[in-house]
Design a protein around this ligand. Structure first.
Ligand SMILES: NC(=O)c1ccc[n+]([C@@H]2O[C@H](COP(=O)([O-])OP(=O)(O)OC[C@H]3O[C@@H](n4cnc5c(N)ncnc54)[C@H](OP(=O)(O)O)[C@@H]3O)[C@@H](O)[C@H]2O)c1
Length: 330
């Protein structure tokens, strides 16, 4: 499987990663059997994935504990990326949080420790100072940010030249980061870790209309504010979103490549993308998804997908926040 290097570290890891949010089930995902989660994690490792993304936020450590259980015996062969909550960014709290993450992950070191969302109440130099020390102490091998827009990135870069990654939402039907975040990541040579790379299953082709998407997955700004769990107050872009989704399905059928793999391959072809963090609920989904690593997509098809999704990109605009109109990015 193709690999990439995490800057400011000696870590080399896979461009397809396992996103460990959905394996906890519950909100956004519904019922989940733990044995399916365990098998999904193990299948990912067995099929060559070495990067596993998790967070405190995913069940208050539940996802991290699942990784420790499923992959503890191969700890030295995997790269664990976890995240701290914004409320823990104050210097001593972040150091304490790191100890908690290490305990739950049952490990001596975190490979990549990320700031999950910006916290504008705490000056960025505080968490950066803590992260720099943690790295010097060997408790983390690298640190990164997540959901950082250009201003937040510039602020962080003023205080450290060792920001390794930025984790942001990016997929064929969510391209907002291309306006302002991707260019700075490219310029600063900070690889992007793409979250929701298959738009929480929509780009696997399972839904043909907005109505088919369950309410907890219809919270993004693609959907109308009339969907009960939204908090964005916008009209949404349901018609154009599903016009595009159905056209991607047709391109996939024509080219003989499963839609989920085609969507992943497009993302892997984009500039500045380090890795794509794909969620999976069971081993079968992992098996399907890793096929993206070995397919060759004709550049003309990739270009067709870019052109097809550009009007939707413009309609949704430059706000990278999938869920809120008042962007939590700056
Ligand atoms: N930094 C952040 O703020 C942030 C935010 C969100 C996510 N993330 C990270 O990014 C990761 C991935 O994002 P995500 O979980 O939002 O979405 P995603 O990876 O786009 O979608 C994952 C979901 O798609 C469905 N799926 C996966 N493979 C499939 C297949 N082959 N066929 C059909 N359906 C398939 C599964 O759900 P069903 O089977 O239930 O449909 C799965 O849970 C997370 O696990 C997390 O690590 C980070």
């Amino acid at each position: 499987m193709e690999k990439f290097k995490i800057p400011h570290s000696d870590i080399e890891t896979t461009r397809i990663a396992f996103g460990a949010w959905a394996i906890i089930g519950g909100f956004n995902w519904g019922h989940q059997e733990e044995k399916d989660s365990q098998r999904a994690l193990r299948a990912a490792f067995d099929l060559g994935i070495t990067l596993f993304d998790t967070a405190k936020m995913y069940g208050d450590g539940k996802s991290e504990a699942m990784i420790a259980k499923a992959l503890g015996d191969v700890r030295d062969k995997i790269v664990i990326a976890t995240k701290a909550l914004p409320e823990d960014f104050e210097y001593s709290r972040l150091k304490k949080d790191c100890e908690e993450r290490l305990r739950i992950l049952n490990t001596d070191y975190i490979d990549l420790y990320q700031l999950h969302w910006p916290n504008w109440q705490v000056p960025i130099e505080e968490p950066i100072r803590a992260l720099t020390e943690l790295k010097q102490e060997g408790k983390i091998r690298a640190f990164g940010v997540s959901n950082f827009g250009p201003e937040d990135m510039k602020d962080a870069l003023l205080h450290s030249s060792e920001i390794s990654t930025n984790q942001v939402p990016y997929n064929l039907i969510w391209r907002a980061i291309e306006y302002n975040i991707l260019p700075i990541c490219q310029q600063e040579q900070i690889p992007i870790l793409c979250y929701s790379p298959i738009m929480q299953g929509i780009l696997a082709g399972k839904f043909s209309t907005a109505e088919e998407v369950p309410d907890d997955r219809a919270r993004t700004r693609h959907f109308s504010k009339d969907r009960p769990l939204t908090r964005h107050g916008e009209a949404g872009q349901e018609q154009e979103t599903f016009r595009v989704v159905n056209a991607i399905r047709e391109i996939a059928q024509k080219s003989g490549i499963p839609m989920v793999n085609l969507s992943m391959a497009w993302l892997l072809s984009r500039p500045a993308v380090g890795s794509i963090l794909v969620g999976a609920r069971n081993a079968q989904q992992v098996e399907q998804n890793v096929r993206a690593a070995s397919i060759n997509v004709d550049p003309s098809i990739l270009e067709e997908l870019t052109e097809l999704t550009t009007p939707l990109k413009h309609l949704l605009g430059a706000n990278p926040d999938m869920w809120a109109s008042e962007s939590r990015y700056r």
